[in-house]
Design a protein around this ligand. Structure first.
Ligand code: SF4
Length: 305
């Protein structure tokens, strides 16, 4: 797979997470995508420091994703599936290491991570790994001839840059494998709450990535979202042959227009003045926002009920 198919360009690109940020808070969007280049000099260092902060739920997802990728790589290379118990322990240990070593917004704001929440997080990690072991994807992969296993793409590197009508976009599945039905499965593991409509768009974008970057025929791809932490939630399975490429293309292009409307100059990815990036009216977003100390220093955390 090519890692850099396109020359570097400054234009902003579409991505699922960029759109999520843009919809939640325009000021947050500015901090995330423009502060590094356009913040006043005296604020830059602090913003860059805040930018590095992670969150406990995010690290929970990282621990699960990394463990799943390691299990699949171990299977691919050594034809060995580690036991469920070992996998659960590995994932929980990974989570503990991550939250111990990463700078976390919860720590910075002094938000306690209670014993009860800690236990709940461990439970969610173990549920996620158990769901993965019970999922049909693992069975399907193992059901293919051993010699085809080296074609599995596990946790592809890079940012997943591709083009739609020449416009920059980013999307990258967690796993790509081929099955005996002649189709290529593009899988996304989700450890957060299900947002089916948004996830549907995300997985359809993977099909365009697979077509543009990997040369896979859209008609022969299946986009999958498996909700690991919510085992009762039915996975999303979208068949490429039923996707209307025009509709998807138009959706991405119209969202890109929204991204571009916040630029003074699209070619150099220069944003409009900061006044165009309103602070959210929804205080829930600010509670654990990593930029809160500079954006809303007077914010008062609501009392827990
Ligand atoms: S503190 Fe609130 S208003 Fe400011 S960037 Fe974060 S979410 Fe937006």
């Amino acid at each position: 797979m090519e890692q850099r198919k396109y020359p570097f360009s400054w234009e902003p690109g579409w991505s699922f997470s960029r759109m999520n940020t843009l919809r939640s808070c325009l000021r947050l969007y500015w901090y995330e995508y423009y502060a590094k280049r356009f913040a006043p000099e005296h604020e830059k260092n602090r913003i860059m420091e805040l930018n590095q902060l992670s969150r406990i739920p995010f690290e929970l997802g990282n621990a699960v994703h990394q463990t799943v990728a390691e299990i699949l790589k171990e299977l691919q290379i050594n034809d060995n599936v580690i036991s469920l118990e070992e996998a659960k322990t590995t994932a929980v240990n990974k989570f503990e290491i991550l939250i111990k070593n990463k700078p976390l917004i919860e720590k910075r704001l002094g938000v306690p991570f209670t014993e009860e929440e800690h236990e709940k997080a461990h439970g969610q990690i173990m549920t996620s790994i158990t769901t993965f072991y019970g999922s049909k994807w693992l069975t399907m992969m193992q059901g293919m001839p051993r010699k085809t296993w080296n074609s599995w793409l596990i946790d592809p590197p890079g940012y997943g840059e591709f083009r739609i009508e020449g416009k920059k976009a980013y999307a990258k599945p967690d796993l790509v494998f081929s099955y005996k039905d002649g189709r290529h499965y593009l899988v996304e593991w989700k450890s957060g709450k299900p947002h089916r409509d948004e996830n549907l768009v995300q997985v359809q974008a993977y099909m365009f990535y697979a077509k543009d970057v990997m040369g896979l025929d859209l008609e022969k791809t299946v986009g999958v979202v498996q909700y690991l932490t919510y085992p009762s939630e039915k996975p999303i399975e979208v068949e490429g042959r039923l996707v209307n490429p025009m509709e998807m293309r138009n959706k991405v292009l119209s969202e890109l227009k929204l991204i571009e409307s916040l630029c003074e100059d699209v070619a150099s990815n220069t944003p409009k003045p900061i006044g165009h990036f309103a602070k959210t009216e929804e205080p829930g977003y600010c509670e654990l926002c990593k930029y809160r100390e500079i954006c809303r220093p007077d914010f008062v955390m609501p009392e827990k009920q």
